[in-house]
Structures are given as C-alpha cells and as structure tokens.
Design a protein around this ligand. Structure first.
Ligand code: C5P
Length: 322
C-alpha cells in the first residue's frame, strides 16, 4: 500500500540563539509557523527489505545521510515491521533553505509509514523518534504556530492566528546551519553567559506579553482573534522579534540582506531570514499586495513566490494527499 503525504515548510517568526550546551547544541527560543509551500512524498511498503529513496533532484541524498532514510529505519524498528520501504520525493522546496524541508520530509515519511502499515505509533514515540533525527522535526508533528525551546525540539502549540499572505524569496545559495552556529559562537565569544541568557529571557518576556495581550482580548478561545492590537501575527512580529542568524549570515552573504530590504521595499509588513537561511520571507496583509510584491521582486531578479501561513487545522486537513 502507498500513501501520499504533503510535507509543508516552516518559517521562523523570530529566533534567539542562547548559550551553547555541553552536548554541542545551542539553546534556542523561536516561534515556528507552517506555510503552504510543500514537497510531496509517496511512501510505499513492498515485499522484501531495505529502504529506497527516489528523487529527481540530484542534491537530495539517497543514502542514510537523508533524514527520510534515518527516520524510516527507526519507525520500522519501533513498529517491528518488515518490508521494503520506498520513499518517492517530489522536491519543490529549496535544499538547505531554512524552511525545514528535509525535516518536514522526514516527518512526512513517519506519518506515511504509520498509515501504509496501518500501525500507529504513540505520540510520545513519534516525538522521541523525530527529535533523534533532528531538532526541527517535532514541530511538524504539531503544525500551525508553535513555540520551540530547548534545542528547538521541545514544541508547544500556540494559538492559531488567521492566515496571512507570505512572500518567500529563495536565493540560490545554501547556508550550512552548523557553520552559522559556529560563526555565532565566534562573534558572541566576548559576551558573558549571563548576557546570553538575558537575551533569551528578553525574547521570552516579549512572547509572554504578546500571549497575555491575545488572551486578555480573547480569553476563552484557542483561536486568536483580532484584538486591540489588530492581526495577532503582526502584533507578534511588531513586538520586535528578530532572527539572530541574520547577524552572521548577512555579512557572509550580503545578497540575503539585500533580499530582505527588497521585501520591505516591496511592501512587506515584516520581513526576515527563515532559520539559518538562505530563504527570506515577507508577511503581507492582502493577496493583491503580495502578488504585486512578487512581480516587483521577480523583475529585480529574485526567485519569489506567494503562499500563506498555514493554521494547524489547515495543516492537518492537507497533510494526507491523494
Ligand atoms: O538537530 P539538527 O540535526 O538539525 O542540528 C544540526 C546541527 O546544527 C547540530 O549538529 C549542531 O551543530 C547545530 N545545532 C545547534 N543548536 C541547535 C540546533 C542545531 O548547535 N539548537
């Protein structure tokens, strides 16, 4: 039996890098938001054994360095299942793009295998397997707007805000996340542990203030409505959140800083690097404004496309395809 799964991308609405930990990871505080751009995976379990990855994109590895391969092995073991796993990837998202493409592909593989084998894993097992494969996999087990803490693997659903238009710019460069973290450590070397923690606490307080504002205007619902501060997503980004990776990635790839400025000039209400890049996104109030921005950006030579933020409900409605 084979199952089709849409593997949606994420953006980061603010990302603060904290102290590096004894295990080599960094503490993180971020808000993840799923968006409508996606890859499509077909997961099949056939007679035999082994794991086979099929993909036309030469940049996608077919061996155990692929997150899909690693998670498939773990899922088959956890379910004590037998068979030959075939994972066909229709790659539409950029590789090494900061949109969590490879991580989303892995979670899609897990979800597809559960369905193909008709054997569910417990929520706790799915979380454990996902976080073993990478820090930004667990968010895709929740979807919508999600608070990420720890090394990014501890995930907490935030209230779903109304969808907003989102213009995504995908420059042709790939940014290595471990290298970006290493560069961050280098430039932050002079900061004391205390001031690094202070910076984390600062974003934590901004997020708390934003949530308390949301809930004092919509105390009973899980869906954040337009309160006094207007669109809650814009209220969040206007709280001054930023992505720390911009500080190390923009000096190394000046064209990415230029792309962010181009998004702002094209009318974005907020623009930022996603993850460690190289993708940038801009948030727009209305579809015509976003479409106009795409036209302007493309004229200026940028690869740009329009999508929307994806609420949790919309995410789960669309994950399993046909
Ligand atoms: O968890 P993931 O496989 O995505 O991490 C890739 C690399 O990025 C890690 O090996 C580590 O070097 C770096 N990283 C980090 N702190 C995090 C997440 C990732 O230093 N919170």
């Amino acid at each position: 039996m084979s199952v089709i799964v849409r593997s949606f991308a994420k953006i980061n609405l603010g990302l603060r890098i904290g102290p590096s930990r004894p295990d080599g990871f960094h503490q993180l505080l971020t808000v993840y938001q799923t968006i409508g751009l996606h890859d499509v995976l077909r997961i099949s379990v056939k007679r035999g054994s082994g794991i086979e990855i099929q993909c036309d994109d030469p940049r996608v590895p077919r061996d155990e360095s692929n997150t899909c391969f690693r998670i498939a092995e773990k899922v088959m073991n956890a379910l004590r299942a037998q068979g030959r796993v075939v994972i066909e990837i229709d790659k539409r998202l950029p590789v090494q793009g900061g949109l969590g493409g490879a991580s989303a592909n892995a979670v899609a593989t897990l979800l597809g295998l559960e369905r193909a084998l008709r054997k569910p894993l417990s929520a706790a097992e799915k979380l454990r397997i996902s976080e073993e494969v990478g820090s930004d996999l667990p968010l895709f087990l929740i979807g919508g707007a999600i608070l990420g803490v720890g090394r990014g693997e501890q995930v907490f659903p935030l209230p779903d805000f109304p969808a907003m238009r989102c213009v995504v710019v995908t420059p042709e460069v790939g940014v290595s996340t471990p290298k970006a973290f290493a560069e961050w450590d280098r430039i932050q070397g002079k900061l004391t542990v205390l001031s690094v923690s202070d910076r984390m606490n600062e974003l934590g307080r901004e997020l708390s203030a934003w949530l308390s504002e949301l809930y004092s205007s919509a105390p009973s619902g899980l869906v954040a409505r337009r309160g006094r501060a207007g669109n809650p997503l814009l209220a969040l980004v206007r709280a001054g959140i930023e992505n720390d990776f911009e500080e190390v990635v923009f000096p190394e790839y000046p064209e990415l800083g230029e792309a962010k400025r181009a998004l702002m000039r094209a009318g974005a209400k907020y623009a930022s690097l996603s993850g460690s890049g190289s993708t940038l996104y801009g948030l727009f109030g209305a579809r015509p404004a976003a479409l106009l921005a795409v036209t302007r950006l493309r004229k200026a030579g940028w690869a740009a496309q329009v999508t929307s933020t994806l609420t949790r409900v919309a995410y789960w409605r669309r994950v399993y395809g046909s």
